[in-house]
Ligand binder design. Structure first.
Ligand code: SAM
Length: 211
């Protein structure tokens, strides 16, 4: 994960922070906040029906300039709707991936995806975005009400854009006892697995929310 100062930790939930950050990037910048497709491939192969890759509609939530969408695309998941609220990043990604037209790029806040659609995605993927949304320097045992509400409204939106039977795959450093109060919602069944680091670094978690 990126090294952050304390004041950055508080700003990760703001659009201004991400706009500034992407404006400093070169046009072809790429950065995976943590974990690559190679690290996550077993998790994705297990939880995405790859036999139906050509027909699945995927939404990448808070895509940033990660190459995860590119790698999933090249593995067969062509129909990927990428969303981020940082315009500069989305403009850069649109230009960069003009040769992959089935992948689309949209400026939107993940807590309000009315312009993106409703009940149409088979798979939603979040790698680090909810983490940013919940980021602040206080105790993780006692998340302020407004931050919790922000997380819940995000979950409600993901639930709304997914098809019945669709699923959210959330990859995070956030341990289950801190993640579950936000992602455990009555409209889906939540399971989790540990994504261990083969080099002995700390564990990440793969959460599956099946509706
Ligand atoms: C920690 S980065 C993760 C980026 C990428 N998914 C990765 O794995 O490298 C979080 C991303 O989510 C975006 N983001 C944060 N909050 C958002 C929100 N409320 N709506 C849309 N995008 C958001 C940021 O602009 C940033 O690109």
């Amino acid at each position: 994960m990126a090294d952050l100062t304390l004041s950055e930790v508080d700003r990760l939930q703001t659009k201004e922070y991400w706009d500034e950050r992407y404006q400093k990037d070169e046009d072809d910048a790429k950065f995976d906040w943590f974990k690559t497709f190679a690290d996550l491939e077993p998790f994705f192969r297990k939880h995405i029906d790859w036999a139906r890759a050509g027909e699945l509609r995927v939404i990448m939530l808070g895509c940033g300039n990660s190459i995860l969408s590119e790698e999933l695309y090249d593995e067969g998941l062509k129909n990927i709707t990428n969303v981020d609220f940082a315009e500069t990043c989305i403009e850069q990604m649109k230009r960069k991936y003009a040769d992959r037209p089935a992948m689309t790029w949209h400026v939107a806040d993940v807590r309000d995806m009315a312009a993106i659609g409703s009940g149409e995605f088979d798979v939603a993927i979040d790698k680090g975005t909810l983490d940013a949304l919940l980021s602040y320097t206080g105790s993780v045992w006692d998340i302020p009400d407004d931050i919790k509400a922000s997380g819940w409204s995000y979950m409600d939106e993901v639930h709304r854009v997914l098809k019945p039977g669709g699923r959210l795959l959330y990859i995070s450093y956030r341990q289950p006892h801190f993640a579950r109060p936000i992602i455990g919602r009555e409209y889906w069944e939540l399971t989790q697995e540990t994504i261990a680091d083969p080099k002995g670094g700390f564990d990440y978690f793969g959460y599956v929310m099946q509706q």
